[in-house]
Design a protein around this ligand. Structure first.
Ligand SMILES: Nc1nc2c(ncn2[C@@H]2O[C@H](COP(=O)(O)OP(=O)(O)OP(=O)(O)O)[C@@H](O)[C@H]2O)c(=O)[nH]1
Length: 362
């Protein structure tokens, strides 16, 4: 995959990265909303010192309304891992600020108050620089910039300022600031992608590590509950792996672990299932939206692929290997720890039943 394409649009991001970034944006929007809600209210007192009484009232009411909107955004905690909702939250944050600016400016103009007095002229520039707070793709930055420029252009037309030198200068400045803040936003995205890869990948197999698997399982359980979808997990443990290591050496064991990871990647549904290394020679596969029956079919395919595999190991030898599998389908009210515990019990039962097989958790 070309990293540059991941910076242009989110189309190529894995479902897991999308969820992580969405949660990241969700938390930042919430924090900013709370700060803005408090600042909007506090600024009423500053306005009182700077604005004439008749405008102050109107602007104060506008501030209270926008404060309430920001509080609404702060308390809106539904589906924090959803990408569309994360971007909608971000858009609302920008729109609420722009609406406040447009309305308060209209009051100031109506009462012929110099906007520079209370810093209202500065507002659109502050809004656009907020882009830098979020990890965004180039297309998202371009979309928000276009929206902000359109709003500024629209308000210039309404104020009858379009074509004036100061108005053109404002548009130019907005564009330049958008470029700088947008660059910072895309840079954040790049950093987040890099850190995400480092923090979530197992160095030997390239699969998701235990940390990502556990985080993702929690997120998937929540999403599947919200959408009334089933979810299953498969827990794998390679058979007699200690004996294999002792007989052929640790390096040969590593080759088998990589081969098994390749089988998991091949069998898992692209961009839907998450295979991960759970520890040592234990692996977990999360199947969101799949019930126990589908999980059994997947277990059978993976078990067969292991039996069919012929792996070259040092000493010019070819070996195959087998795995035991514990299967568990999510139950009502169950959390990730309980689900994994049941899968582990099933895995233990599969080992006790002679290995190279699967058992569904009771
Ligand atoms: N080569 C290699 N071996 C590993 C790695 N991580 C864990 N192991 C080995 O995996 C083996 C796990 O063995 P056990 O859990 O005792 O069980 P087993 O021999 O697989 O037997 P059963 O699970 O009962 O079939 C240990 O010998 C570990 O050293 C690794 O990264 N590379």
């Amino acid at each position: 995959m070309f990293p540059i394409l991941e910076l242009i649009s989110s189309q190529r991001h894995s479902r897991y990265f999308k969820q992580t970034r969405s949660h990241f944006i969700y938390r930042r929007v919430r924090l900013l909303s709370l700060i803005l809600a408090l600042l909007q209210t506090a600024w009423i007192f500053v306005d009182h010192l700077l604005l004439p009484e008749e405008v102050w009232w109107a602007v104060a009411v506008t501030r209270m309304i926008s404060s309430a909107a920001f509080l609404g955004l702060f308390f809106w905690a539904q589906r924090p891992y959803n990408t569309d909702l994360a971007l909608l939250r971000l858009l609302l944050l920008f729109l609420f600020l722009s609406c406040f600016h447009a309305t308060s400016t209209a009051f100031l103009i109506l009462h012929q108050v110099d906007q520079a007095v209370a810093g209202y002229e500065f507002f659109p520039f502050m809004i656009i620089t907020m882009l830098a707070i979020f990890p965004l793709t180039l297309l998202e930055v371009a979309g928000i910039t276009l929206l902000m420029l359109t709003i500024e252009l629209g308000s210039q037309l309404l104020r009858g300022q379009w074509g004036e030198l100061t108005a053109l200068n404002n548009l130019w400045l907005l564009g330049v600031l958008a470029l700088i803040a947008g660059w910072a936003a895309v840079n954040q995205m790049n950093m987040l992608l890099g850190l995400y890869r480092q923090a979530t990948r197992d160095a030997l197999t390239g699969l998701a590590n235990r940390r990502l698997v556990l985080e993702q399982l929690d997120a998937d359980i929540q999403s599947c509950r919200e959408e009334s979808q089933p979810l299953s997990v498969l827990l794998f443990d390679l058979d007699k792996f200690k004996g294999f290591n002792d007989k052929y050496g640790h390096a040969a064991g590593d080759i088998v672990l990589k081969e098994f990871a390749a089988i998991l990647k091949q069998q898992a549904r692209k961009k839907l299932d998450l295979p991960g290394r759970f520890g040592g020679e234990e692996f977990l596969l999360i199947l969101p939206g799949q019930d126990e029956q589908a999980a059994i079919e997947m277990a059978q395919q993976i078990g067969q692929a292991c039996r069919d595999s012929l792996v070259w190991i040092p000493g010019n030898l070819q070996v195959s290997f087998t795995t035991s599998i514990g299967i568990a389908g999510l139950r009502l009210g169950e959390n990730s720890s309980d689900l994994i515990r049941r899968a582990d019990e099933a895995l233990y039962a599969a080992k006790a039943a002679g290995r190279d097989g699967w058992v569904v958790a009771q």
